[in-house]
Design a binder for this molecule. Structure first.
Ligand SMILES: O=C([O-])CC(=O)C(=O)O
Ligand SMILES: [Mg+2]
Length: 545
C-alpha cells in the first residue's frame, strides 16, 4: 500500500498490509500451554543477556519491541541503565552505521527528495495520522559524531523516540520516526549494494531548502498536533533550519538546544562544587569549548544563561567563554569565520594563531574544559594534569558521541586529576573506585532533557518552543538531584529516575510556555503546581504487563 514505510526501492518487495505496530495476541491454542507473562519477562531478559555483542543485543531488542511492545518497555523501564547503552548511545551509532545490513522491517517514515511536490500525500500514508504528537526528524547528515550516514540515520530517530516512550511515557502510537533521504556524500554507502537510500550525493542547498519548506508545511497540515525534534543535521543546516522554522512551527533542535540544556544543567551542579572548593564566585568561571560545531556552539549559547542567571550582562557572560575549532582559538583577527562561530569569536586577542590545546589552556586558564569535537583522546594526560594544576576541582566534560569519539575516558580523567575531576560525558562510562572512594561520571546526554521538554511542549500544546522553555528544562533537571545524589557529588540524577525527572521537567516547561504565552492548552493555567505535576503524571503511558 505505501511507499513511505519501507525504503522506497523496496516498494513492491515488502509491502505493509496495515500498521507497523505489533499484531494482536494469537488465539487460544496458538501459544505454548504455560506462557506466563511474569516468567516471560525473565525469559526475555535472559535471552537479551545471552547475546555477546552490543549490536546483537540491539537487534534482539528491536525484534522484541516489534513483537511485544509492552514487554520491551516494561523491561526497559525496569533496567534503564542496562538498556539505554543498547537502544541508544553508543550502540545505536553502530546500528546506524550498519543499518542497511541489519535492516529487518519497516519502522518509521522515509521521505525522499523524489517525493518533492507530493510530500503531503506521502505523510498521509502513516497509519496513525490522528495520534501523531512527536516526530524525530533527521536527514542523516551528521549522526552522532559518525558523519554523513544518509538514510541509515533512521536508527537515531527510532532510538530517540524509544526514550520518549520509556522516559516520558509518550504513547508509542503517537511517535513518528522520520528520515529524510536527500542523498549522502559518503561514498562507502553509495557503493554499497545493500544501501537502502537514494544513490546520489546530497542535493544542493537550494533544492534542499525548497524540500524542507514543503516538508515542514505538510507536517503541520497532516499532523496539526505534532511537535518536531530536529536531530543530527549537519552543523550549518541545524542552525539554519532551527532559525528558519522555530517561530512558525512547534519544534526544537536536540543537538543545539537539548545538548545545550543538559550541559547547562550539569554545569550548574559542577560549578557549585568547583567554586566551593576554590572559594571563587560562580561568576568567575572561565569555560573553554573544544569543538565549535552545532553542539559546541549550541552548548556555549545555553551556558550564557549560567552567567546571566548570576547577574552578569550578556557581554560579560560572553566574555567568560572561549571557542576552539580545528584551527585553534577562535578570534576575530584570525580572518573569515563560519557564521555560527562569530558570536563567541574573541575580540580581545590579536596575537599569532594558537593551535595547541595546552597553549590555549595556558592562555585562557579555564575552570572548565568542554569537549564537543569528536576528536578521540584530545584530552590527553598533560591536558588533564594542567587543568588539575589550575583548579582544585577542574570541570572536564567530554561530550562527543559515541564512546570511541570521547575526548577522554572517565578512568583517564580520574587518574590524571587525582580524583578531583568533576566529569560528564555524552556517552556512558563506568564508575571508578579511587583511593577507596566510589566516583561517578555524569552522563551529560540530551536524553535527560528531550523526553521532559517534549512532553511539556506537547501537553501545553505549545505553538513554539521558546528559549525560556528550553532553559526551564535545564534548570528543572539541575534541581532534580536528591540529597543522596548530591552526597555522591552527582551532576545528574540517576537514570533510573527518568520518569520522575521527566514529569518534573515537563511541569516546568509548561509553566514557561504559559509565561511566554505560547500555550494552547490554556486550561492548565489554573492548576496549582502539584495539580499540574499530577496531571503530567496521569498523562504518561505505562506498559500494562
Ligand atoms: O544521541 C546522542 O547520544 C546525543 C546526541 O544527540 C548526539 O550526539 O548527536
Ligand atoms: Mg543528536
Amino acid at each position: 500500500m505505501t511507499i513511505v514505510l519501507t525504503p522506497y526501492w523496496q516498494d513492491g518487495v515488502q509491502k505493509l498490509k496495515s500498521s507497523p505496530r505489533p499484531p494482536p495476541k494469537p488465539a487460544h491454542g496458538l501459544t505454548p500451554p504455560v506462557l506466563d507473562d511474569d516468567v516471560h519477562v525473565t525469559r526475555c531478559l535472559a535471552q537479551l543477556r545471552s547475546k555477546t555483542s552490543g549490536l546483537e543485543k540491539y537487534i534482539y531488542l528491536s525484534m522484541l519491541k516489534h513483537e511485544n511492545e509492552e514487554m520491551f518497555y516494561k523491561l526497559c523501564l525496569e533496567n534503564m541503565a542496562e538498556f539505554t547503552p543498547i537502544i541508544y548511545t553508543p550502540t545505536v551509532g553502530e546500528a546506524c552505521q550498519k543499518w542497511s545490513h541489519i535492516y529487518r522491517r519497516p519502522e518509521g517514515m522515509y521521505i525522499s527528495i523524489k517525493d518533492k511536490g507530493k510530500i503531503m500525500s506521502v505523510l498521509k500514508n502513516w497509519p496513525k495520522v490522528n495520534d501523531a504528537r512527536i516526530s524525530v526528524v533527521t536527514d542523516g547528515s551528521r549522526i552522532l559524531g559518525l558523519g554523513d550516514l544518509g538514510v541509515n540515520g533512521m536508527g537515531i530517530s527510532i532510538g530517540k523516540l524509544s526514550l520518549y516512550i520509556a522516559g516520558a511515557g509518550i504513547r508509542p502510537s503517537s511517535t513518528i520516526p522520520i528520515c529524510l533521504d536527500l542523498g549522502t556524500n559518503t561514498h562507502k554507502y553509495l557503493d554499497d549494494p545493500l544501501y537502502l537510500g537514494a544513490r546520489h550525493n546530497r542535493v544542493p542547498e537550494k533544492e534542499m531548502t525548497e524540500f524542507m519548506d514543503e516538508f515542514m508545511h505538510a507536517m503541520s497540515v497532516v499532523y496539526p498536533k505534532l511537535l518536531i525534534q530536529f536531530e543530527d543535521f549537519s552543523t550549518d543546516n541545524a542552525f539554519r533550519y532551527l532559525e528558519r522554522y522555530r517561530n512558525q512551527y512547534p519544534l526544537f533542535n536536540d543537538d543545539i538546544q537539548g545538548t545545550g540544556a543538559v550541559v547547562l544543567s550539569g554545569f550548574l551542579n559542577a560549578a557549585k562544587l568547583s567554586s566551593a572548593a576554590s572559594g571563587q564566585p560562580l561568576t568567575s568561571h572561565r569555560i573553554l569549548f573544544f569543538g565549535a560545531g552545532s553542539a559546541g556552539v549550541g552548548v556555549a549559547m545555553q551556558l550564557m544563561s549560567f552567567f546571566t542567571l548570576q547577574g552578569l550582562s550578556e557581554k560579560e557572560a560572553r566574555e567568560r567563554i572561549w571557542l576552539v575549532d580545528s584551527q585553534g582559538l577562535v578570534f576575530d583577527a584570525r580572518g573569515k569565520l563560519a557564521e555560527h562561530k562569530k558570536y563567541f569569536s574573541r575580540k580581545d586577542y590579536s596575537g599569532p594563531q594558537i593551535t595547541d590545546l595546552l597553549d590555549i589552556i595556558s592562555y585562557v586558564k579555564p575552570t572548565a574544559l568542554l569537549g564537543l569535537s569528536t576528536t578521540p583522546n584530545a584530552f590527553g594526560p598533560s591536558v588533564l594534569q594542567t587543568m588539575a594544576a589550575l583548579n582544585p576541582r577542574p570541570i572536564i566534560f567530554s561530550l562527543s558521541n559515541p564512546v570511541h569519539l570521547s575526548e577522554c575516558s572517565f578512568t583517564d580523567a580520574v587518574q590524571h586529576t587525582n580524583g578531583t575531576v568533576l566529569f560528564a560525558s555524552g556517552s556512558p562510562f563506568p564508575e571508578q573506585r579511587h583511593l577507596g572512594k566510589m566516583l561517578y561520571p555524569g552522563q551529560g546526554n540530551n536524553m535527560y532533557i528531550f523526553p521532559g521538554l517534549g512532553l511539556g511542549a506537547i501537553l501545553a500544546r505549545a505553538k513554539q518552543v521558546t528559549d525560556s522553555m528550553v532553559e526551564a528544562s535545564s534548570l528543572g533537571l539541575a534541581d532534580a538531584l536528591t540529597a543522596d545524589e548530591r552526597k555522591d557529588d552527582l551532576l545528574y540524577p540517576r537514570i533510573e529516575r527518568i520518569r520522575e525527572i521527566s514529569a518534573f521537567i515537563a511541569k516546568e516547561v509548561i509553566r514557561a510556555a504559559q509565561k511566554a504565552n505560547v500555550d494552547r492548552s490554556t486550561d492548565l493555567r489554573a492548576m496549582s503546581d502539584s495539580e499540574l505535576l499530577a496531571f503530567v503524571n496521569s498523562k504518561m503511558w505505562n506498559p500494562t504487563l
